[in-house]
Design a binder for this molecule. Structure first.
Ligand SMILES: [Cu+2]
Length: 56
């Protein structure tokens, strides 16, 4: 199961964030567990752009 978030009523599990940009996402977590949140650029993951969040 994949956690998805909503931007303008379209459900996604991936979004693009351009350099020096911010996005505010409306997430509706409906599956319990520990989920990973990360950048898809491998060099960025190595630099720490990866974490987890917990849905209880
Ligand atoms: Cu990144």
């Amino acid at each position: 199961m994949v956690q998805r978030f909503c931007i303008t009523a379209i459900r996604l599990d991936v979004t693009e964030v351009l350099p020096v940009a911010t996005k505010i996402l409306d997430m509706q977590p409906d599956v319990k567990g520990v989920w990973m949140y990360h950048c898809h650029v491998n060099d960025h993951i190595s630099a720490g752009m990866m974490t987890t969040y917990t849905v209880e």
